[in-house]
Structure formats: structure tokens, C-alpha cells
Design a protein around this ligand. Structure first.
Ligand code: NAI
Length: 459
């Protein structure tokens, strides 16, 4: 009998397993592919590794801006991909070691819930039966691929985040359907390496949930570097290696590439797990279709002792959300008071320049009817940013409540904002006011000082 069985070894599952193991719970984790899940094997880590190679190449190309000359900078695409694989392998090894360290049993097999009794929850995997007092579902999500006419016939021209990572040859021309996070990160990577990139996006802006001003700035940067953006464009079909779409005037247009990346969102994995039979309730979209496992703020499903965390909930599909949700579930299993809060979850896009934000955007603040003020400064107000980003653009925007000056949102464009956004997360999580933020001593010289400088511009 296990105290906790976890299905899915991604950042929701393996972090929960570590916390549970550390707390002394007898824990088993089931993973049918590779520990680390999409994040480590086909998502966050491999893309950031590729993007870092592109960044290093870009440093070589633009070295002259810093008085450094590199003769004929070049790269070996295969070696970039090999390094990505090496990084993934190393980190998967790290998780395996952590599981061992925390005495978590790892079962490399597909698991299915087979029943529930007074004794516990039964799970079958690898031809064996496992019984656990608590179950945590962390089966993640997969790329949603709409049934565009002609998509099947296009064969391996069509790639999602998974197949594109495995390419051994750099596409000369890439069409990206969907200018969201995945689309823009791959657009950035391939654009830096010289691939001709076109982004076809149905909304009037890239990176929909991002602050409008920042999204427009990023688009301008990449348009200047040659990325072709087709906004308000609806894809109507695929013809071989050609994407057919309708432009805003309803004109039928075509754009071709040797690869077509479909990055139009992700779908939670909750089918085939035996959840329907168990009576687990699902969250429904406005059309009444199930989009994920329904949970409360303690990550409990409607079935006692059955919890869910991460993308399987169909909500806030981010690795760091998943990990925190896993921790919340484990704390509740341990009888500790803990619940999930989503106000201070950061979002980062690892383009170059990076984008990072947390809390309400200006548009969301307006829509919420809150009385708020926006303060903002160019990143160039931070000395370190100027030193390290020759000619680089950037902005820091803080959204604050008008009356109490509480921090409602912080949004930035400029390197390395992914590494400094957590200070804004802390400010929002602890309900800090700008006055309190101003009293915090930030290290000098760092780009992080831009947050404090921006706070001082409040009237
Ligand atoms: P997304 O939801 O970020 O973007 C999808 C985009 O496709 C949207 O802009 C949408 O308007 C557009 N779209 C949808 N249907 C379309 C159509 N038929 N034609 C043209 N455009 C269409 O989804 P994405 O980029 O696939 O990412 C999936 C998930 O992975 C997200 O939840 C994201 O948060 C997560 N992720 C996070 C990363 C990060 O934190 N840096 C990196 C990569 C993924």
C-alpha cells in the first residue's frame, strides 16, 4: 500500500514526488515515456537550450557592437541539436537521481486507474496492481492540431513542438501557424539562424495574453529582423508544403515552407486513464466540452483522495504552475493548510529580447474596472542594461492600484527580464505597495534596478 501514487512524471508529478518523498510518504510515480515530461523532454528545456545556441551565435554576429570581431561566424545545426539532447539527458538523469534520493519508486509504464474501494485507489501498470491511499493525476497536455483540410496529406512537413525539436536539418523556410509562445520562440530561434520565417496568426496581435504595448514592441523587433507576420489571418487549409489562409480582407493567400509548425495551443491529457469510470468531474469549455480535470484550490477533484495538478486541469498550462499545484496537493495530503493562488504566476517568452510579466496587464486592469495607474520606464534607465544591450530596446511597466499603490502587474521587455521577474512575483504575492518596493535595496548595477526606478516615477 502506497501513501501516494502519481501518474505522470513532468514538473507537476516529479516535484510532487520529491516533496512527498521528503515528507516521508511512501510514493510511487508512473511515467510511460521519460521523467521530466514535456517540459524537460519536448518543451521548456530543449527550446531554451536551442535558443541559447542562437543567442551565442548572435553575440558572435553582433560582436562588433561591443568592439569584438569574430571572423565569419558560423554554426553547425547538428551540433546545436546534439547539445540540446545532451542537456535533456543530463537533466533527466538528475530527476532519476532525485527520485532515488527521496525514495520514490519509479514505474516506467502507462498507468490506468482501475477502481476505488474503502482500502484505497487501484492502479494497474506494467501488468501489476498498485494500491494507494491518495492519487495525484499529472498527465499533462499535448499539442492541439486542428483538422485543417489537407493536413494529413502534408505528412512530415507538418510539425508540432515535438517533431520540430528532433529535426536534424535546419528548415530554409518555416511557416508558423499560431503566434503564441511556442510559435514565437521557434520563430525567434530560426530567424536568428537565417531561416525565412512567416507567422500566421488569427488574432490582431502576437502573444495574445501579453500586454498589448509589449507584444507590439516584440513584433516590431522581429519584423525588422525579417520575420513576416500575417495577423488577423485565418488558416483555411494546407496544400502540401503551403499554408492557405484568408487575410483580413477575405483574400485567399498562400505561404510555403519546407516545414509548417502548428502551435495553436495545447490539449489536456485525461482520456484513457479510467477517470470517467471513477466518476471524476471535468471542467467544461463554453461549448460544454471537457477541457481538463476539475479541481478546487487545494487541487482536489470531486473524488475523495484524488488530486490533479498541471496541464491536466486545462488551466494555466505552465511548468511552474504545475510544480506549485503539485506541492499544494501534497501539502493537503499531509494535512497542511495550503491552496493555489494564480495572481502572481509569471509568464516568460524566451525570445531575444525576452519578455516577462506577472499579474494584470494594462488591458486586464481596464477590463476589471479597477482604479489603476501605469508607471513605465525604458530599460535604458538601468546602467547594466545599457552596458550589455547595445542598441537594445526594452521597457518596464508597473500597474498599480490608484488609491493604495498596491502592485497589480509588472511587465517587461528586455534581457534578462526572465531572471528578474520573480521580484515582481514576490511583490504581488505579498501584496506590496510601490512605497514598500521603493525601500527594498536592489543590487547595483543590475537590470533588476529598473523595477525600483520605475516605482519611483509614480506621481
Ligand atoms: P498559445 O495559446 O500560446 O498560442 C496559440 C496561438 O495560436 C494563439 O495566438 C491563437 O490565437 C493562435 N491560433 C489558434 N488557432 C489558430 C489558427 N487556426 N490559425 C492561426 N492562429 C491560430 O499556444 P502555444 O504557443 O501552442 O503554447 C501552448 C502552451 O504551452 C501555452 O499554454 C503556453 O503557455 C505553454 N508554453 C509556455 C512557454 C513559456 O512559458 N515560455 C513556452 C512554450 C509553451
Amino acid at each position: 500500500m502506497y501513501d501516494l501514487a502519481i501518474i505522470g512524471g513532468g514538473p507537476g508529478g516529479y516535484v510532487a514526488a520529491e516533496r512527498a518523498g521528503a515528507a516521508g510518504l511512501k510514493t510511487v510515480i508512473f511515467e510511460k515515456k521519460s521523467l521530466g515530461g514535456v517540459c524537460l523532454n519536448e518543451g521548456c528545456i530543449p527550446t531554451k537550450t536551442l535558443l541559447y545556441s542562437a543567442k551565442v551565435y548572435n553575440y558572435a554576429v553582433t560582436g562588433d557592437h561591443y568592439g569584438v570581431y569574430v571572423k565569419e561566424p558560423s554554426f553547425q545545426y547538428g551540433e546545436i541539436v546534439d547539445r540540446k539532447d545532451k542537456v535533456v539527458k543530463k537533466l533527466v538523469g538528475g530527476i532519476k537521481a532525485a527520485m532515488k534520493g527521496f525514495k520514490v519508486e519509479v514505474v516506467n509504464a502507462e498507468a490506468k486507474v482501475t477502481g476505488r474501494s474503502a482500502e484505497g485507489i487501484a492502479i494497474s501498470a506494467d501488468g501489476k496492481e498498485f494500491l494507494a491511499r491518495n492519487l495525484l493525476l499529472c498527465t499533462g497536455s499535448e499539442a492541439a492540431v486542428p483538422p485543417f483540410p489537407g493536413l494529413k496529406e502534408a505528412g512530415d512537413v507538418i510539425v508540432t513542438n515535438r517533431e520540430i525539436l528532433a529535426l536534424r536539418e535546419q528548415p530554409k523556410e518555416l511557416v508558423v501557424i499560431g503566434g503564441g509562445v511556442i510559435g514565437m520562440e521557434f520563430a525567434a530561434f530560426y530567424n536568428t539562424l537565417g531561416t525565412k520565417v512567416t507567422v500566421v496568426e488569427m488574432l490582431p496581435k502576437i502573444l495574445g495574453p501579453l500586454d498589448d504595448e509589449i507584444s507590439a514592441m516584440l513584433q516590431k523587433v522581429y519584423a525588422k529582423r525579417g520575420v513576416n507576420f500575417c495577423l488577423k489571418c485565418k488558416v483555411t487549409g494546407i496544400e502540401g508544403n503551403t499554408v492557405v489562409y484568408e487575410d483580413p480582407e477575405g483574400k485567399v493567400c498562400r505561404v510555403s515552407g519546407d516545414k509548417i509548425l502548428v502551435s495553436v495551443g495545447r490539449r489536456a491529457n485525461f482520456k484513457g486513464l479510467g477517470l470517467e469510470e471513477l466518476g471524476v468531474e471535468f471542467a467544461l469549455n463554453p461549448a460544454g466540452r471537457p477541457v481538463g480535470v476539475k479541481v478546487d484550490s487545494k487541487m482536489r477533484t470531486n473524488i475523495p483522495n484524488v488530486y490533479a495538478a498541471g496541464d491536466i486541469t486545462g488551466f494555466s498550462m505552465l511548468a511552474h504552475t504545475a510544480s506549485r499545484e503539485g506541492e499544494v496537493a501534497v501539502n493537503n495530503i499531509l494535512g497542511k493548510e495550503d491552496h493555489m493562488r494564480y495572481e502572481a504566476i509569471p509568464g516568460v517568452v524566451y525570445t531575444n529580447p525576452e519578455v516577462a510579466g506577472v499579474g494584470l496587464t494594462e488591458e486586464q486592469a481596464k477590463a476589471s474596472g479597477k482604479d489603476f495607474t501605469v508607471v513605465k520606464l525604458p530599460m535604458a534607465y538601468a546602467g547594466r542594461f545599457v552596458a550589455e544591450n547595445e542598441g537594445g530596446e526594452g521597457i518596464c511597466k508597473i500597474i498599480v492600484g490608484k488609491k493604495y499603490h498596491e502592485v497589480l502587474g509588472v511587465h517587461m521587455l528586455g534581457n534578462p527580464c526572465s531572471e528578474i521577474i520573480h521580484s515582481a512575483c514576490i511583490a504581488i504575492e505579498t501584496e506590496m505597495t510601490l512605497e514598500q518596493l521603493k525601500e527594498v535595496v536592489f543590487p547595483h548595477p543590475t537590470v533588476s534596478e529598473i523595477i525600483k526606478e520605475t516605482a519611483f516615477t509614480i506621481k
